[in-house]
Design a protein around this ligand. Structure first.
Ligand SMILES: *Cc1c(COP(=O)(O)O)cnc(C)c1O
Length: 379
């Protein structure tokens, strides 16, 4: 079916495959790979991503929203699924029926899962200094006692999320707490097999913290920046944003254009093009120093973005016509807008802006391995 709206975000599943394989090579065959698919797989589509993770032999996936877990199972994906903690204890019975590995992060949850009426696989989340979810050292004795009395909770492992990955001293301190809590549990007879502390940047920068399970998210999607992107050469999965020109118009000098009434060429006529993509798709409204690519050249955005439209200045791009493809992310001719360019233009981290755009726009999936001969020619 032809899409009636010409705007789309391209999700490159071949890049995702590359990233899963790269992570697998990095961690080795015996470390479990929990592929993080929360937030609708960082905007890339939970089912499409989970399917690729299954094909590429991830050991499990991790979700935030339990609704995503239901959708993924309904699509026939059988991989084990870890659900991060997002529900309140009253829903323990329903969570236990989903067939996921639940996260238990406090005493209420422990009691609720213990009396949920069915057996449940679980991870304990430990708080080693994030201050978000998880048991603290003061909880450990009571937790161990309660777990030993509750055989219906099948404990699969312990995990924590390291909060200050840029700071090796903080990471070392948090790991000491993690090891101490794990040892205290073990001393009381609670010794589940899996230990997981490594999100993407931890895998990149602290290889000794792979332990025996890891849970990368942003690395899977090629959303690493700075030195982490150098340590782990992942490819961007949200690889393109494209639309088409739907109107071109010549405007007399002095006309103020768009919301905010911009006049980018005072005293001169302007040729403007209208593109049907706007802040409803996830762009910041005030994106006034931005540009998009038209005929492989930069066309500056005029004024503030509208909800569904953007005006661009094509005065210098002779031949810009209705129907021409425009590129807001990705390559066009010899020009390119990289994820870092888009992050700089919007003033948002790639981790924030790209998944938001992928959620806000129609998605088109590409999944073809690039032909090495075309790569060699540099086209
Ligand atoms: C989101 C999340 C991760 C993955 O983090 P990335 O930085 O995207 O790799 C790992 N663990 C927990 C608990 C998370 O919430």
């Amino acid at each position: 079916m032809t899409a009636l709206r010409p705007s789309r975000v391209v999700i490159d599943l071949a890049a995702l495959r590359h990233n899963v394989r790269l992570l697998r090579r990095r961690i080795g065959p015996s470390v479990k790979l929990y592929a993080v698919c929360k937030g609708d797989a960082y905007g890339c589509g939970a089912v499409a991503v989970a399917r690729v993770c299954e094909e590429e032999r991830a050991d499990a996936i991790a979700v935030g929203d339990p609704e995503d877990a239901i959708t993924i199972r309904a699509a026939g994906i059988r991989l084990p699924m870890l659900a991060y903690g997002v529900t309140d204890p009253q829903l323990a019975g329903e969570m236990a029926k989903l067939g996921v590995i639940v996260t238990i992060f406090d005493h209420d949850g422990l009691a609720a899962y213990g009396s949920a009426g069915s057996e449940v696989d679980a991870f304990l989340e430990l708080d080693c200094g994030f201050g978000r979810l998880g048991f603290t050292p003061a909880d450990i004795d009571a937790v161990a006692g309660e777990l030993l009395r509750t055989p219906s909770i099948r404990l699969r492992g312990l995990y924590t999320h390291l909060a200050a990955v840029d700071d090796p001293v903080a990471v070392a301190g948090q790991m000491t707490l993690f090891a101490d809590m794990a040892a205290a549990l073990q001393a009381q007879g609670v010794n589940p097999p899996e230990r997981m502390v490594a999100s993407s940047r931890v895998i990149a920068a602290y290889p000794h913290l792979d332990l025996n399970a890891v849970n990368p998210g942003r690395a899977l999607y090629g959303l690493l920046e700075g030195r982490y992107a150098q340590d782990l050469e992942v490819r961007p999965v949200i690889s393109g944003i494209e639309s088409r020109i739907i109107q071109v118009k010549d405007l007399a000098p002095g006309m103020r254009m768009g919301y905010g009434g911009a006049d980018p060429r005072p005293g001169s006529p302007i040729r403007a093009a209208v593109v049907p993509i706007g802040f409803a798709g996830g762009f910041p409204r005030n994106f006034t120093d931005g540009y998009i690519l038209v005929h492989g050249r930069r066309a500056p955005i005029i004024g503030m973005m509208s909800m569904e439209h953007t005006l661009v200045d094509v005065s210098d791009i002779a031949g810009a016509r209705v129907g021409d493809e425009v590129v807001l992310l990705g390559r066009q001719g010899s020009a390119e807008v990289t994820p870092a360019d888009l992050a700089a233009m919007t003033g948002l981290e790639a981790l924030e802006i790209l998944p938001r755009l992928a959620r806000g726009l129609p998605r088109a999936y590409a999944d073809v391995a690039p032909d090495p001969s075309t790569l060699a020619s540099g086209s």
